[in-house]
Design a protein around this ligand. Structure first.
Ligand code: DQA
Length: 146
């Protein structure tokens, strides 16, 4: 059976392409999905690509990834929940799959409230500030991990 990697996107990422293009670029979430599917396929994986504006849904999806046999990992751009969510921290800690935290922008060059992440201490790795190609880098990181 083909292994399935999860790529999960949090709030406002559905607006990618029109939301603050000077920060996030003009690529749409559909483009990100295409990029992720291609990168996952190169690793021999199927890709479960999702976006939600709801924190609990991200928690549910992390649990689902944890229950998925042979899941190689999760690439997670939790958007603003990165900076607020103890629930996501606990969910990542609770599941037995590596989670790579991704941010399109370099959050450390931005407002101070974006400098703290509840996710980083429990993430397998972090990709920050490389734009949309950061998703591919995160997937490659999971593939390298084996
Ligand atoms: C983001 C950075 C977050 O601070 C912000 O709230 C987002 C997007 C990024 O991809 O750069 O929604 O996660």
């Amino acid at each position: 059976m083909t292994a399935t990697v999860f790529v999960l996107n949090g709030p406002n990422l559905n607006l990618l392409g029109t939301r603050r293009p000077e920060v996030y670029g003009s690529t749409t979430l559909a483009d990100v999905e295409e990029l992720c599917r291609a990168e996952a396929a190169a690793a021999g994986w199927a890709c479960e690509f999702r976006q939600t504006n709801h924190e609990g849904e991200l928690v549910d999806w992390l649990h689902e990834a944890g229950r998925t046999p042979d899941c190689p990992g999760v690439v997670l751009n939790a958007g603003a929940y990165t900076h607020t969510s103890v629930a996501l921290h606990d969910a990542i800690e609770a599941v037995d799959v590596p989670v790579v935290e991704v941010h399109i922008s370099n959050v450390h060059r931005r407002e101070s409230f974006r400098h703290h992440s509840y996710l980083s201490p429990v993430a397998a790795g972090i990709v920050v500030g490389f734009g949309v190609p950061g998703y591919a880098l995160a997937l490659r990181g999971l593939a390298t991990r084996g």
